[in-house]
Design a protein around this ligand. Sequence first.
Ligand SMILES: [Zn+2]
Ligand SMILES: [Zn+2]
Length: 347
Amino acid sequence: MKSAILGYAAKGVGQELERFSYEPPKLKNHEVRVSITHCGLCYSDIYAIDDQFGITAFPFVPGHEIVGYVSEVGPSVSGLKKGDRVGIGWQGRSCMQCEWCLRGDEHLCKDVVQNGVWMPYGGFSSSVTVDSRFAYTLPPSMPSEFAAVLLCAGIAVYAPLRSSVAGHRQKVGIVGLGGLGHLAIQFAHALGFEVTAISSSRDKEGQALALGADHFLPAPDKASLSQMKLSFDILLYTGHSSLDWISLQRTLRNNGKLVMVGFSPDPVSFESVDLVVHQNSITGSFLGSRMVMREMLEFAQERGIKPQVETMAMSQVNEAIRRVKDGRARYRIVLVNEPARPGTGAD
Ligand SMILES: [Zn+2]
Ligand SMILES: [Zn+2]
């Protein structure tokens, strides 16, 4: 008889998390069970607790920036064994059969709603069950609290920046300076972009420059945005609040694009004439494939990308959620299962 898995669940929409236990599901083909040491808190967890995507099943155990050790190996698993340290991001499985999976874009799988590691229960827990093909071996010297954050926030910003690298030094504006934005600045700098951090928090200027930004632009501020007319090749929106989209649009150069990796509460709209004349575009980017995930982890390790992390005990999950909602996290909170592992990761 296996012991129950102990987690923290919201029992209904918007509710505080409570202790929750469930019987370990029997491992299916390709699945592994992972004993969790670390799990980052992402804004998408909060959206899901509030059922803003309209897909949350309650009781809901959030958490999808997971690091831990393989504790049990199911049938047909290759490449992983008991005791291996692995990381898992938002995607815990995919159908492996649809056109998107077959072409290596598993993150765009037709079954995306079922693919979340939240299904059935996520990472704010003692253990999680996932398809081993979405459990990534981590660089041995990468701290687990860094890896946790890279597995969702890291891949979310790395993938669109990586695919935008061109032959010349492009100018990128990173809009928003939170969990995603602080990593986007570091990745963009390491990938060779000229980086402008755009944030409404003027007190973050020094931090943005220290993270690798070349410039800082306070926003939303029409006057400062208008000085940046026709400046950026790419604007990467990493926030979760509404903005003056048309003022932002005017900062884009010819062929400039706005890439959304955060969820805006309102529709995103551009002015039509500039859209045509300057060949602007608005596009979204959702995480990344398994190949890009592996590449991102290696790149982050090689180039010294360092998530700024606060660690808290898993039992403090509700306090962690309050800190993130109030904008008090700098920049990402990672929940750690007791017994706590040494090191905070913040430097
Ligand atoms: Zn996330
Ligand atoms: Zn698929």
